[in-house]
Design a protein around this ligand. Structure first.
Ligand SMILES: NC(=O)CCC(=O)C(=O)O
Length: 268
């Protein structure tokens, strides 16, 4: 199974509409891939909070969704189109990831559950998602998470319990916390015994330098590829059967002790 991560440079000098055209052309150039992955909020930038409301769009029929559906169809690829600022019919905003099949049909949408910003930016402007989302790709079950979600292993446990074999994580991660990113991506792969495809943005927008360093990690925790800091296309071959064989040979997930009582008082 060939996976391609498109690490996109979010340059504020390029308008979202121009970026959509450029990214759609890059997706079209990936014919032959089994899965193409884009980063979090690449049309506007994950930290460009002042533009979220103006760039918000519906999940179906919005400019990013339309452009990505057409690009997936033209290339004949499964496309995790990263995320967009979604505006729902009631006017609430969400950070929503979209997955399209090779026919251009929307196969899954995930609203980011953990919003970043500690009461500012995304956390102040967007509503949280409330649903754990998996998508059945012909080769493996995809488990969806977004950026800051990486810090919440309990979400990944739920994804694994729902059958996820490839965890797909679009991100807009700052360079300042690159060390966290690398550890967290690897940790989610090791504890889940799953592939992690973590696709970040490059460049600097809203004064926040992006880490880049998109990564693919296998179920044993081995880093199969890692990007640099600029715009980049990373292609890697995955072996989905490795998920089941790793879980069978080293059955750590089987040893989970569920239902432990919560501590009844402070530890002494
Ligand atoms: N876009 C994000 O979710 C950023 C997350 C982040 O910067 C962090 O967890 O650190």
């Amino acid at each position: 199974m060939r996976a391609t991560l498109l690490q996109i440079d979010v340059d504020p000098a390029e308008e979202p509409a121009e970026r959509r055209v450029r990214v759609a052309a890059t997706v079209r150039a990936q014919a032959g891939a089994d899965l193409v992955v884009l980063p979090e909020l690449w049309p506007v930038g994950a930290f460009a909070a002042e533009r979220f409301a103006a760039e918000a769009e519906p999940v179906e029929g919005g400019p990013t969704a339309e452009a990505m559906a057409a690009a997936a169809r033209d290339a004949g690829v499964w496309l995790h189109a990263g995320s967009v600022v979604e505006r729902d019919p009631e006017g609430s905003l969400f950070n929503t990831s979209l997955v399209f099949g090779p026919d251009g049909e929307l196969r899954g949408a995930y609203r980011k559950i953990h919003r970043f910003g500690f009461d500012q930016g995304e956390a102040a402007l967007m509503a949280p998602g409330e649903r754990v989302v998996g998508v059945r790709h012909p080769e493996a079950v995809l488990g969806l998470a977004t950026c800051y979600d990486l810090r919440f292993p309990e979400l990944f446990r739920l994804l694994v319990d729902d059958g996820a074999e490839i965890l797909v994580v679009p991100a807009g991660w700052p360079a300042r916390r690159l060390a966290h990113w690398r550890v967290l991506v690897q940790a989610r792969a090791v504890e889940s015994q799953a592939y992690v495809l973590a696709c970040g943005t490059a460049g600097t927008h809203a004064g926040v330098e992006q880490a880049g360093h998109s990564m693919v990690v296998d179920p044993w925790g081995t880093i199969l590829c890692e990007g640099g800091t600029g715009e980049e296309v990373l292609t890697v071959d995955l072996q989905p059967s490795l998920v089941a064989s790793t879980r069978a040979e080293f059955p750590v997930l089987r040893d989970r002790l569920l239902g432990l009582p919560r501590p009844s008082g402070p530890a002494r």
